[in-house]
Ligand binder design. Structure first.
Ligand code: ADP
Length: 151
């Protein structure tokens, strides 16, 4: 199974979009295996956005991500789930993201873009383990699996 880390960023929380975002992933058929609110620490942020450390806007991202709590969601799905989740989220810039995507429907910013989603299967595994301890992740049978993935 594939895993993806979703973060509802401070703007998503402040704008009251937590339920909407969770709902979009649920109705797609993705399985929630972890869910919590947290204040993100510098060390976690530096690991999470390591690929942007040399960008001029890096300090702005850090400040933004610490401006309020965030909500972390660990999702699980079958083959292609990580990519499907990125499709639901939309491209980075809200002003360019197509309608129907979370970023396209709710934002016009390239930085305050409501939600993070893992960009590869490998990063999904790493990021879920970065944000969730083992005892915060749940294994259970989602009984609609055959309908969601049936051919
Ligand atoms: P994505 O979140 O779509 O995977 P990136 O990994 O490239 O995009 O960037 C991580 C986050 O950094 C973005 O979601 C956005 O919040 C912020 N960001 C990216 N590019 C810029 C930029 N040019 N200016 C300000 N913030 C940016």
């Amino acid at each position: 199974m594939e895993k993806s880390l979703i973060l509802v960023k401070p703007d998503g929380l402040q704008r009251g979009l937590v339920g909407e975002i969770i709902s979009r992933f649920e109705r797609k058929g993705l399985k929630i295996i972890g869910l919590k609110m947290l204040s993100i620490e510098d060390s976690t942020l530096e690991q999470h956005y390591e690929h942007l450390a040399d960008k001029p806007f890096f300090s702005d991202i850090k400040e933004f991500m610490k401006s309020s709590p965030i909500v972390a969601i660990a999702l699980e799905g079958g083959e292609g789930a990580v990519s499907a989740i990125r499709t639901l989220v939309g491209p980075t810039k809200g002003q360019e993201a197509p309608g129907g995507t979370i970023r396209g429907d709710f934002g016009l910013s390239g930085s305050n873009n409501i939600v993070h989603a893992s960009d590869s299967v490998e990063n999904g595994r790493v990021e879920v383990d970065r944000f969730f301890d083992g005892n915060e992740l749940f294994e259970y049978t989602k009984t609609d699996f055959d309908h969601i993935y049936g051919r």
